[in-house]
Design a protein around this ligand. Sequence first.
Ligand SMILES: Nc1ncnc2c1ncn2[C@@H]1O[C@H](COP(=O)(O)OP(=O)(O)O)[C@@H](O)[C@H]1O
Ligand SMILES: [Mg+2]
Length: 241
Amino acid sequence: MASHGGAFAKVMPCLKNKAPTAMKAISNEQLDALCRNGTPIDSQGGYPCIVIHPDDTITKIWAQRKRLFSSRSYNPYHKRFVKNAAMLASRGILVPEILNHAVLEGSHVGIVTYRSLPGHSIRDLLKETPGEVDIPGLCDYIFDLHEKGVLFRSIHFGNIIRLPDGSYGLIDFTDVKYFNGPVPLARRAANLAFPLRYQEDVERIEVAKLPSIVNSYLTLLDLDTPAREQFIKTFEDYLRR
Ligand SMILES: Nc1ncnc2c1ncn2[C@@H]1O[C@H](COP(=O)(O)OP(=O)(O)O)[C@@H](O)[C@H]1O
Ligand SMILES: [Mg+2]
């Protein structure tokens, strides 16, 4: 299968990732060269977790050991990431374009290179220019994910990117659950509470006097009073967890 580089790489950002890129095996030397080409972030098992390359591409490296009998051993994170990129794009959700998928030969180390989404994470915006964070717009976006049957389990403000045109995209989508129809209400309430478990983000929202996330979200749902109260209760229960 052809890589998604070349002509595809010129169009960005993308709703492509139609078929997962074929996985290759690369040598230690090739992985070292990849890691040296850019800025490494964090590290795990002797490898950086992320390398930001000078050409605005990013390599993510998963170096966890296989655990016997864990789902990770037959469905490793790097494969989930590539599969989710294709699944999300097929549901019309903006994600980075996957350029390369590899394993380090003879090992469990998984490597994915993708094109960076332009823009800033909501977390960075909350830090730098909180007044620019459009909570109702963000809630529209989360609502749209839910309507499309997407439960992005790692939904926090560091993993949602606002693009320069005001649209939104996702990164770090190793863990996503898909529903055949819209996400059920209780799961939506729990999912909406998830980003608000990060205290620094919550404080910044409060200091900037931004609108309430749950109220903004609820304006998009046509719920009667008992259903609305149940939604808020589930949301608050998850906030306390
Ligand atoms: N496609 C992308 N576009 C823009 N920034 C990205 C992209 N992927 C990762 N980053 C940046 O890289 C860092 C970590 O990325 P992420 O995939 O969330 O990994 P993790 O949270 O596991 O460290 C974050 O600072 C994020 O803003
Ligand atoms: Mg992340």
